[in-house]
Write a protein that binds this ligand. Structure first.
Ligand SMILES: C[S@@+](CC[C@H](N)C(=O)[O-])C[C@H]1O[C@@H](n2cnc3c(N)ncnc32)[C@H](O)[C@@H]1O
Length: 191
C-alpha cells in the first residue's frame, strides 16, 4: 500500500466509515457463524469490529510487516494472523462459515487474481457459508489516490459474473457510493 493508504486505512475516520457504512449493513443481513476468514486486513479496522461477532477470526495478509503488527495487537485474542496470498490461501476446503474482503479486491493486479480470490473464498467456505465484501467504484480521485500502488477497480457487473461463475448463489450486490455484496455457498442439498 502507498503512504495515502497507510494514513487513511489506519485512521479513526476510516474505521468509523467501515463500521457504519459497510460492516453493520452487511452483517445485519447474514449469519457469520463461528469461524471467519478476513482477506487483506491491512491495519485491521474491520478485524477489530468483526472479532466481536464470531468465535474465531483468521486474518490472511500478504504484507508480512502489516501481518506482524496485527499479530502483536491481537496476541492472546480470538484472532489469528497468517501471512499469505488470498489467491491461493493456505487452508483446507470448507474451513470457514464466513469469508470477508473489504477494500482489497482492487489491490489485486489482474482480473484473473480477482476471480481466483472469489473462487478461493468459495472453496474455503462450508456449505451454507457466506462471503461478505465491499470495494470502491472506479474514479479519477481513487486513481490519483493510488499513485505508485496497484489500482485495479472491479466493475460491479464483472463482480456479479465472477461470483456466479465461482458457484455462489443468493448473491446481493449494492452499488451506491461503493460496492457491497453478500454471496452464499449453496447448502449441500442444493449442489
Ligand atoms: C487497502 S488495504 C484494505 C485493508 C482493510 N481491509 C480495510 O478495509 O481497511 C488492502 C490490503 O490487502 C492486502 N493484500 C493485497 N493483496 C493481497 C493478497 N493477494 N492476499 C492477501 N492480502 C492482500 C494489502 O497488503 C493490504 O493490506
Amino acid at each position: 500500500m502507498n503512504e495515502n493508504h497507510a494514513v487513511l486505512c489506519a485512521s479513526p475516520e476510516w474505521a468509523e466509515h467501515l463500521e457504519s457504512e459497510v460492516l453493520e449493513p452487511l452483517v445485519a443481513t447474514v449469519d457469520l457463524g463461528d469461524d471467519m476468514l478476513e482477506l487483506g486486513p491491512g491495519p485491521g479496522a474491520a478485524t477489530r469490529w468483526l472479532r466481536h461477532r464470531v468465535r474465531r477470526l483468521v486474518a490472511l495478509e500478504l504484507d508480512a510487516t502489516a501481518a506482524a503488527r496485527l499479530a502483536e495487537e491481537f496476541a492472546d485474542s480470538n484472532v489469528t494472523v497468517e501471512v499469505g496470498d488470498c489467491t491461493c490461501a493456505p487452508f483446507p476446503d470448507a474451513s470457514f462459515d464466513a469469508v470477508g474482503t473489504f477494500t482489497m479486491l482492487h489491490h489485486l493486479p489482474t482480473q484473473d487474481q480477482q476471480f481466483a480470490t472469489l473462487a478461493e473464498a468459495f472453496r474455503l467456505l462450508r456449505p451454507g457459508g457466506v462471503l461478505v465484501g465491499a470495494d470502491s467504484l472506479a474514479s479519477q480521485e481513487l486513481h490519483t489516490f493510488h499513485e505508485g500502488d496497484i489500482y485495479n477497480p472491479i466493475d460491479p457487473a464483472r463482480l456479479l459474473v465472477f461470483l456466479q461463475a465461482a458457484g455462489f448463489a443468493r448473491v446481493t450486490l449494492a452499488v451506491d457510493l461503493g460496492l457491497r455484496f453478500t454471496a452464499h455457498k449453496p447448502p449441500e442439498e442444493d449442489r
